[in-house]
Design a protein around this ligand. Structure first.
Ligand SMILES: [Fe+2]
Length: 237
């Protein structure tokens, strides 16, 4: 189990490094994909810009891209600090995550995306930087413009899915029906991925197998996640 700000580093078979860390009181999980050959460092939802700067600088690296699953305050906590330290960053999120009508609400934080994805709910688009190649799936429900991001052996679920549970839908901009559809989409995607890939949840919330793991294998999440195991298709669809 990762301590606050500790990094787990692995190298996928294509040479892309996958860094996973856990930070803050809500145990936010961050994932980064690193292509050293081309100098690309893409970080999902960085929580603490100082801890990220410290770790990356030890390795002689600078971030090049921030990828946002959604713009809830905790997921975007590191945004102001990252922009201060690295003003040339490309900042990506779904167009719907700009939430112009909700951005002043305490639950959200304003993120000025330099680039956006515009795919429809349930649709997946490709994203790449150097040799980093990811699939981005629009998965609204927990928050407008929520996306999941998968590639290089991991499925970063954001707050769509946790190890045993799924994201809440009662916050402003939440939509239970959209969430149900997003969970069905996720189940379909996960069912097609190798069962030994890791699902990284947006938070380390859930107990599983006598501990509170940082991640769960896709094979296990399909079997043991309460929502994925029991999902049904909405009646009028
Ligand atoms: Fe959230």
């Amino acid at each position: 189990m990762l301590s606050d700000g500790e990094f787990h580093i692995s190298i996928w078979k294509d040479g892309i490094e996958v860094w996973v860390t856990q930070m803050g009181p809500l145990m936010n999980m961050n994932t980064a994909f690193i292509d050293r050959t081309n100098g690309m460092v893409a970080i999902i939802d960085p929580f603490d810009s100082d801890l990220w700067e410290l770790k990356l600088s030890e390795e002689g690296l600078n971030p090049t891209h921030l990828l946002y699953t959604h713009t809830h305050r905790d997921h975007a906590a590191g945004y102001p600090g990252m922009m201060e330290k690295y003003p040339d960053l490309e900042v990506w999120g779904h167009e719907d995550a700009r939430v112009p009508d909700l951005v002043e609400h305490i639950v959200f934080r304003k993120v000025d995306f330099t680039n956006t994805w515009n795919c429809k709910p349930g649709e997946t688009v490709g994203w790449s930087a150097g040799s980093i190649s990811l699939s981005i799936t629009h998965s609204p429900g927990h928050a407008p413009g929520h996306v999941t991001i998968h590639g290089h052996g991991v499925y970063h679920a954001g707050d769509l899915l946790f190890v045993r549970s799924a994201g809440r839908v009662d916050l402003p901009g939440g939509d239970p029906r959209a969430q149900q559809k997003s969970l069905i989409t996720a189940k379909n995607i996960l069912s097609e991925l190798p069962s030994d890939w890791r699902l990284i949840p947006g938070h380390r919330y859930d107990e599983y197998n006598g501990g509170i793991p940082d991640w769960i294998s896709i094979g296990e999440v399909l079997e043991y996640n309460y929502f994925l195991a029991n999902i049904t298709i909405p009646k009028d669809d």
